[in-house]
Design a protein around this ligand. Structure first.
Ligand code: SF4
Length: 83
């Protein structure tokens, strides 16, 4: 089933024309979690991670973000959708 995540971050490796996320799977986390974890911590570990609460959307981040052209694109195991 095609993913239906819309995203406005066009500097991300997974960003697609039309403001869509082209990653197969992503991990959304708290800002605190995102900034404290290594790049290899991503959706593949999601089932093992502890959920957290957030007060507002400003407290959350896309942990799967990686800048276009970054040498860390393959660090987290996230892949682009084939379609
Ligand atoms: S991985 Fe995250 S930041 Fe990148 S396009 Fe998808 S939703 Fe946006």
């Amino acid at each position: 089933m095609p993913q239906k995540i819309h995203c406005l971050i066009d500097s991300c490796h997974y960003y697609k024309t039309g403001n869509k996320c082209g990653a197969q799977e992503i991990l959304v986390a708290s800002d605190k979690f995102g900034s404290s974890q290594n790049d290899d911590v991503d959706y593949e570990m999601a089932a093992e991670l502890t959920p957290e609460s957030a007060d507002t959307c400003m407290d959350t981040c896309c942990k799967s973000y990686v800048a276009k052209g970054s040498d860390k694109i393959k660090a987290d195991g996230v892949k682009k959708l084939s379609t």
